[in-house]
Write a protein that binds this ligand. Structure first.
Ligand code: PGA
Length: 267
């Protein structure tokens, strides 16, 4: 079965509206020429509406970087699945390492950890909320450097997947996208080497098969993320188990992002 390559750009907390709209303008004219690669961009919430309008008529999908699982209420600073849907969002990142705080491993300044502290259970709740609104969840998993050095990479990722997807059946996860994002490779310029990225993505697929079915594992897209750039994208994306990428820093440079999207085209 062939899986359509997918490249998503995560702008994180970057871009004024002028910068964001300039970037979208360049992407719309360049990134999506033949439809062989699915592309999404995830701007900060404040730009969602403007980016939505700028993407109209293009094939680039609009994503969000996070969601809160409650429908509405006194949850200051949060945004619901219904609100994202209302803004035209079709994809949403869940469990990015910058929103996870795991077992005392500090991935943001320690003083800010309490504001994030996403767990596998909150990932599961977020996926449920996104499902209710027909928004594609992009579930991020990945080990820290300490976990890798302790030989726990596979166990950590398997636990994240089992916890985040607990209680769903494969029909409910029909549009799920997984992203393997080794924490030590994110924003560091230190990409995971291709054979190891492929090994972990294959392991993720095997784990999905054991939780659901071989067919589900075969049709679910698994992306790689962590210092993807034009120079390494082709090599990474042409591995049998890597179906594209989740791109942070390089998605803020239009020429670089366009080259990454091109690198995902099927051979
Ligand atoms: P990076 O970020 O490409 O800047 O390493 C990737 C991500 O956080 O998804």
């Amino acid at each position: 079965m062939s899986r359509k390559p997918f490249v998503a750009g995560n702008w994180k907390m970057n871009c004024t509206s002028a910068e964001g709209l300039a970037l979208v303008g360049q992407l719309v004219s360049e990134a999506q020429k033949d439809g062989s690669v699915e592309v999404a961009i995830c701007p900060p919430y404040g730009l969602t509406s403007k980016v939505h309008d700028a993407l109209r008529g293009s094939e680039i999908a609009l994503g969000a970087q996070d969601v809160f699982w409650m429908e509405s209420g006194a949850f200051t600073g949060r945004i619901s699945g219904a609100m994202l849907r209302d803004l035209g969002v079709t994809h949403c990142i869940v469990g990015h390492s910058e929103t996870r705080g795991r077992f005392g491993v500090v991935e943001v300044p320690e003083s800010t950890l309490g504001f994030f502290a996403e767990t596998d259970e909150t990932c599961r709740l977020k996926i449920e909320a996104l499902n209710q609104h027909g928004i594609v969840p992009i579930l991020c998993v990945g080990e820290t450097l300490a976990e890798r050095n302790e030989g726990r990479t596979d166990a950590v990722i398997q636990a994240q997947i089992s916890g985040g997807l607990a209680g769903f059946d494969e029909v409910e996860l029909g549009h799920l996208v997984l992203a393997y994002e080794p924490v030590w490779a994110i924003g560091t310029g230190q990409t995971c080497d291709t054979p190891e990225a492929e090994r972990v993505c294959a392991m993720i697929r095997t784990h999905l098969a054991s939780l659901f079915s071989a067919e589900f594992a075969e049709r679910t897209r698994v992306l790689y993320g962590g210092s993807v750039k034009a120079a390494n994208a082709h090599d990474l994306f042409h591995q049998p188990n890597i179906d594209g990428g989740l791109v942070g820093g390089a998605s803020l440079k239009s020429a670089e992002f366009v080259a990454i999207v091109r690198a995902a085209k099927p051979a």
